[in-house]
Design a protein around this ligand. Sequence first.
Ligand code: PAF
Length: 280
Amino acid sequence: MIITCKISEVRELVRKWRSEGHTIGLVPTMGYLHEGHASLVDKAVAMCGRVIASDFVNPTQFAPGEDLESYPRDFDRDCRLLEEHGCHAVFHPDVSEMYSPGYATYVEILSDMPKQLCGRTRPIHFRGVCTVVSKLFNIVTPDKAFFGEKDAQQLAIIRRMTEDMSYGIEIIGCPIVREADGLAKSSRNTYLSPKERKAALILSRSIFLGRKMADSGETDALKITDAMRKLIESEPLARIDYVSAVNGTTMEPVREAVKGTLIAIAVYIGKTRLIDNFTV
Ligand code: PAF
């Protein structure tokens, strides 16, 4: 596997791969990889001749006071996982390679879409995500890019941005990967103490409850989210940020849970904010 920290080397590599006739897949990550990321790489390897992952903790998507400094990092372990899953290259730039002194340009969706759900407590987050993903798209120029459905709002926003900016890149969403007991895989799960790890199961339990209600024909979104909310409130270590039903494409709040409705939650377990969701 090729490891590079330089934009110019990525461009050179991609030029070579294209001249050899390969389609190119990009798997953007912030590192500290787990089986969720591995599933993105597996899908990319199955669908593309050459796959490059990016491993970059992007500072512009963290607000002051969020976990930028403490965000877990282990590049050697990431490389081992990527190589085991057949990834061909990893791009691991310094912050200065991505954001040169005087950096002043951002990509931002101006509708309410990034203001809903996570955007309510993280107002600059999606501007940072769109900016870095847009830069990665310009650097790698992939045919396809792979993102997890756990970050459902991020995925919807990236689809919108890709369409609006005419990138001509196919965005592939990949299903949530869960631990055996149901907890959605996340790099942030490492912040949880053993007691919190147990308490965090309330997220997936509420998702399974909501899904069961929708599957048995309940279409009143409020009834579903109220039942999920009540269950989460029964866990003393949990504090709800949101339990919401929105249109899965636009992120607009909805009252009816119909096919394509996204039911999404964000819950603090102690100081750790975790997210989970399902689509009706
Ligand atoms: O989902 C993530 O890990 C990040 O938000 C992304 C898409 C790699 C951008 O930094």
